[in-house]
Design a protein around this ligand. Structure first.
Ligand SMILES: *Cc1c(COP(=O)(O)O)cnc(C)c1O
Length: 448
């Protein structure tokens, strides 16, 4: 059931085909270089792109811009305590700021961090401390067809074998990312979270939850984990987070805000260390690089994120979008995750080999055909890894309507009708850091 109506609107426009062709060529076949004005339905990311509620905008007006002791910070503390169950909060400008603050306090050079799957910025921040990020995704996490309910889980078997290899003293940190962004937004069960807690205790490590999409995860838990079939979203969220020593959060995801993030913990010593790092990198610990109004909006957003109607609307609309694509014959990763639908570009464009970047070719065609912007997460974004060729269509929160999703499904279907004529792409210039090449590299079509 639709849970929102519009109160403010923003005009969007499908540019002419001619304009789209030119924009794509000028962007070097890299949609990160498109002007947002040239995009009709923008599914590049769900990060900070959602619509805020009237209550959040009201909170913006009441934001307290005091440097120290801001009332807006007190509202954030109270929201984090009520919704997530932690007493101590260190605000940061966004999620990666929280990662820098927390992982810098927990890791040293030579350490190993275990995660179900490190998200890009997490991997970069672990590496930036001189530590080694090791992924332990569940068996079958990359199976695009299986209907396993919790493909986002952390594999304890793999985690134990990492510890057997490197020794427990080198692993001071275990992270669980809920939902598992880099594994198609798949959920993590509460049962898995409990077992990860026990595992962290066994090896005397800290357990951190990357809680960016904790509310979506709670929605999946209720739908798929028998123990919680009757529980409220808010209860599930608190229960799952209660197993962690600390959490990192991006307010741009389930904070339902356009900016912000934080670390939260009950551990006094860790809190003090995070506060000192926050002063160095983010700002005084009652604003952390955010304006007071952004803190206020995030505090309200956190409470809205665990409302029953919000979570139901969110999972239903992403699920319905996936259904439209499937009905149109577009191969997708199933079951769909919480924040995005992932297209299986390898299956969609089987005539292209991995080094012709089928995912990026599909991204370009979706834009050319219908002004739709998605993002490649395959061999273009992750060189030299053995990942499936996926294209992510991320769904901004409370922003697009059924008609937009229909347009995207129709666009994808007509792209596939003419698939045989789609050329692969080759890179013509790229930055020095290969891990970040998909943001700035230029490409051009390979003429067969
Ligand atoms: C987005 C994200 C981050 C980083 O948050 P930003 O606000 O983009 O800096 C960290 N972890 C996960 C799982 C994310 O999705």
């Amino acid at each position: 059931m639709v849970a929102y109506k519009s109160k403010v609107v923003e005009r969007i426009e499908l540019p002419s085909r001619d304009r789209r062709e030119r924009a794509l060529a000028e962007a070097g076949y890299n949609v990160f270089d498109l002007a947002a004005e040239d995009v009709f339905v923008d599914l590049l990311t769900d990060s900070g792109t959602g619509a805020m509620s009237d209550a959040q905008w009201a909170a913006v007006m009441r934001g307290d811009e005091s440097y120290a002791g801001s009332r807006s910070f007190a509202e954030l503390e109270s929201a984090v305590r009520d919704v997530m169950g932690f007493e101590r909060v260190v605000p940061t400008h966004q999620g990666r700021g929280a990662e820098n603050v927390l992982y810098g306090a927990l890791l040293e050079a030579g350490d190993v961090a275990i995660n179900n799957t490190h998200f890009d910025t997490t991997r970069a921040h672990v590496a930036n401390q001189g530590a080694e990020p090791v992924d332990c995704p569940a068996e079958g996490a990359h199976d695009r067809q299986s209907d396993e309910p919790f493909k986002g889980n952390l594999s304890l078997e793999r985690a134990r074998s990492v510890v057997d290899d490197v020794g427990a003293e080198r692993v001071p940190l275990v992270i669980s990312t809920i939902t598992n962004n880099s594994t198609a937004g798949q959920p993590v069960s509460v049962e898995n979270t409990r077992r990860v807690r026990e595992f962290a205790d066994e090896i005397d490590a800290r357990f951190v939850i990357d809680a960016c999409r904790f509310a979506e995860n709670a929605g999946f838990v209720r739908r798929r984990e028998d123990e919680f079939a009757e529980a409220e979203i808010a209860e599930i969220a608190r229960e799952q987070l209660s197993y962690a020593d600390a959490i990192v959060m991006s307010g741009k995801k389930d904070g339902l805000a356009n900016a912000g993030g934080f670390v939260a913990t009950d551990d006094e010593g860790l809190f003090e260390r995070c506060k000192q790092r926050a002063i160095l990198f983010e700002g005084f610990p009652t604003y952390g690089g955010m304006s007071g109004r952004d803190v206020a909006a995030m505090a309200v957003g956190l409470r809205e994120a665990v409302e029953e109607a919000y979570v139901t609307d969110r999972l239903d609309s992403v699920g319905a979008f996936a259904g439209l694509l499937e009905d149109a014959g577009v191969p997708i990763y199933t079951p769909p995750g919480g924040h995005a639908v992932y297209l299986d570009a390898g299956a969609a464009l089987p005539h292209l080999s991995d080094d012709e970047f089928p995912g990026q070719a599909l991204v370009c065609e979706l834009y050319r055909e219908g002004g739709v912007r998605g993002v490649e997460l395959g061999s273009f974004a992750f060189p030299d890894t053995d990942r499936p060729e996926l294209v992510r269509l991320a769904v901004p929160r409370r922003t697009y309507h059924a008609e937009h999703f229909e347009h995207v499904a129709e666009t994808a279907a007509s792209v596939l009708e003419n698939r045989a004529a789609i050329d692969g792409l080759e890179i013509v210039s790229e930055p020095e850091t290969p891990e970040l090449r998909h943001f700035t590299a230029d490409l051009e079509p390979v003429s067969p």
